[in-house]
Design a protein around this ligand. Sequence first.
Ligand SMILES: C[S@@+](CC[C@H](N)C(=O)[O-])C[C@H]1O[C@@H](n2cnc3c(N)ncnc32)[C@H](O)[C@@H]1O
Length: 203
Amino acid sequence: MSGVRRSRRATVPNPSGAHRLTDPAARRLVRAAGVTSDDLVLDLGAGLGAVTRPLAATGARVIAVERDPRIAAKLEARMAASPQVTVVANDALTVPLPHRPFKAVANIPFSITTPLLRRLVDSRLAAADLVVELGAGRRLVATALAPGPTAARGRQREVAGWHRRFEFSLGPVIPAHRFTPAPPVDAVVLRLRRRPPTPRGRS
Ligand SMILES: C[S@@+](CC[C@H](N)C(=O)[O-])C[C@H]1O[C@@H](n2cnc3c(N)ncnc32)[C@H](O)[C@@H]1O
């Protein structure tokens, strides 16, 4: 560490260019997700816990997944007084997902939006409230709602398939200044809600 000059805002490594949600915005995200103490909730890309903390305050069982082991260790120390929170130093794209229904509420790394959604829709996910890039969120929901004449094409067909299992919608826009540091674009809450199972015999 010696010889390395760091500003007060740069005491935590930020190799992925992470954009952390400010506390009021994180609290709004969690409140709007309707998390209760009965829930099992995953915070994917947990960072230093901007979302983990308000999730823990709901009394839910929280699994905070953070790929960077140094950040995960700091988060674990911060959450030490919250026994219902487990911090897992692992990749959200490969970490084993729960075998029982769970929710995901997270300010995810924007760069993994599509592969993460791909994993989640094939899991026991019940509902998700994920902060994604505004443009990506709008495209996903537009494709899900109206796949259009090119629906047979790979990606559009994939998203349409997701939408058959989950209702996709957009929550509030989160302006770039609600993050630290601010990303170049605004974000939005992408909501997924699992649809009830189709009665047998119907397609
Ligand atoms: C956008 S930041 C959000 C941090 C925190 N949720 C917040 O809002 O302040 C994303 C975090 O995800 C972590 N990360 C990046 N890629 C990841 C991955 N594949 N799996 C798990 N965590 C990842 C980064 O190290 C970073 O801490």
